[in-house]
Ligand binder design. Structure first.
Ligand code: ATP
Ligand code: MG
Length: 206
């Protein structure tokens, strides 16, 4: 595949959406064909799945149901959008991908990394990002940022210890994928974080 597949990871409130918007604008200005997608969602079917996952009323949702719904949304996104765009040579940037499932469902919800990897391997056909940025923000800071925002969804209203498990989970994943996952200090200003991301990309690809 000739395109470039970039993913953004981090705890809730780390600044993923903020940075993806800036990155999208930057790459477009450089003349690249860029497609920005988010997980779960970004297809008609995926957005419906997203609503089920995030619905605050779905308190009885089983953790395996949740894991499979994420994978189902991902299967649709990979096959309908990501792979066709990469084949055309586009840069695809994705707000969360398999790493999020490994950390949230595999580690924080204790399903296990191997099971989540298996499910997602089926869903994605084994697609791995060319580069992943982890926006590193300690859990207490992330919670602070989130609380400044509006109403929290089902996953965001989890207890604080869940945030800590997620953060620790990311640290394990980073150790295992240190080539692919670039750690960015998300405590820096929005502009500085953006510059770090661009510097990494320019060094590796442009
Ligand atoms: N570097 C930064 N410094 C201070 N505040 C920031 C920074 N980056 C983002 N923010 C602010 O923090 C909040 C969360 O940012 P954003 O929505 O981009 O995070 P996110 O990782 O996409 O969160 P979520 O997981 O909920 O989608 C927003 O109010 C945003 O303006
Ligand atoms: Mg976001």
């Amino acid at each position: 595949m000739s395109g470039l597949f970039i993913t953004m990871e981090g705890t809730d409130g780390a600044g993923k959406s903020t940075q993806l918007k800036l990155l999208n604008d930057y790459l477009k200005k450089k003349g690249f064909n860029v497609v920005l997608v988010r997980e779960p969602g970004s297809t008609n079917i995926g957005e419906k799945i997203r609503n089920i996952i995030l619905d605050i009323e779905n308190k009885e949702m089983n953790c395996m149901t949740e894991a499979l719904l994420y994978a189902a949304s991902r299967a649709q996104l990979v096959n309908q959008v990501i792979v066709p765009e990469l084949k055309k040579g586009s840069i695809v940037i994705c707000d969360r991908f398999v790493d999020s499932s490994i950390v949230y469902q595999g580690i924080a919800r204790n399903i296990g990394i191997d099971i989540i990897k298996k499910i997602n391997n089926i869903a994605t056909g084994g697609l791995i990002p060319d580069i992943t940025f982890f926006l590193d923000l300690a859990p207490d800071k992330a919670i602070e940022r989130k609380k400044e925002q509006k109403e929290l969804d089902r996953l965001e209203s989890e207890k604080d210890y869940f945030y800590k498990k997620v953060y620790e989970g990311y640290k394990i994943l980073i150790e295992q994928n240190s080539e692919r996952i670039k750690v960015i200090n998300a405590l820096q200003s929005i502009d500085k974080v953006h510059k770090n991301i661009i510097d990494n990309l320019e060094k590796m690809f442009f």
